[in-house]
Design a protein around this ligand. Sequence first.
Ligand code: NAD
Length: 357
Amino acid sequence: MYRITVFRGDGIGVEVAEQAIKVVRKLGEKHHLVFEIEEALIGGVSIDKHGVPVTPEALKQAKESDAVFLGAVGGPKWDGLESSKRPEKGLLSLRRELGAYANLRPVRVFGDLAKKSTLKEEIVSGIDFVIVRELTGGIYFGEPRGIFVLPDGRGEQGINTEVYTTPEIERIAEKAFECARRRKRRLTSVDKANVLESSQLWRKVVEEVHKRYPDVTLDHRYVDDCAMQLIREPKQFDVILTNNMFGDILSDEAAMLTGSIGMLASASVGDHCALYEPVHGSAPDIAGKDIANPLASILSVAMMMEHSFNLLELSQSVENAVEKTLGDGFRSADIYQEGMRQVGCSEMGDLIVERIA
Ligand code: NAD
């Protein structure tokens, strides 16, 4: 039996999570496996009910599960709250509680969706790589940080600190090498070692870890070069390993290669059970209309089957169902192309379930 905690969250999170649940149920039924789904509240809905973005009980439940799925959090109703009380704080608490230090974000162009990209079709069609981003260290968390008055009184200075330790780099590098081993065995580590000492240490530790993965080819790139290469020739990449800030920026850049944010799945893995979520937010502009694209959520279920449960056949069957549904000409509004049939969020979920069967 596999225990999954589902946080639907807010906005379209509710609708896309419903489609993810349908897919999990279908996989269980088809393969005679028990997936026990327990729901819990996070984000705005939790604020409304409990006064906090996530309760200690919900965090405990998540930590004790075998995997966690999250739709999305946030919305204009809660935008006025101070940052420690906002819906997004619930997500940060959940990631911290799960010790989720590695964010895996596959970037893949399904079927002929290359036509929806802002780049030339031949550059993006067939793209298939993964970005492994360090999620709990680096400049977003380093101390000292803050805005301080200058001693001479001529204004202020804003300070942030990029810090990485050997153990932090080792554990994320191991995740990236493991990921490369499951793929084409090519790892590109991205840093700024020509300028930053934290990157020089990063490079040194990645080289050390590489000795344990001699079957994986490693190369290093500076982040500015990588940003350029992602647009010039994205198909050269298999697995990209990078720190928190570079990963934040490069993964959004890479997301745009695929045509729509509604297609991008993610897994955040670490010390405890992993967290699976679509990359997009709660999309208040389309919430409640049944027009959101649920494929990012459904592909996050495929990642869960592979990474948390090692059920590779099930993971593959979900990806195949997505490929087939798109190949059959069904499209949600965000990826609609002329001549295709536009379907809503819930119908897209049903079409995937049919094709898994
Ligand atoms: P967003 O991702 O919610 O939406 C950006 C744009 O993409 C919108 O036009 C939206 O309609 C569209 N879009 C997003 N997902 C889609 C899907 N599945 N299908 C079709 N179209 C889709 O980002 P935003 O507008 O910047 O943020 C809205 C709220 O979501 C904010 O409160 C923000 O804080 C929150 N947010 C949450 C998460 C999360 O829960 N992981 C991530 C990002 C933003």
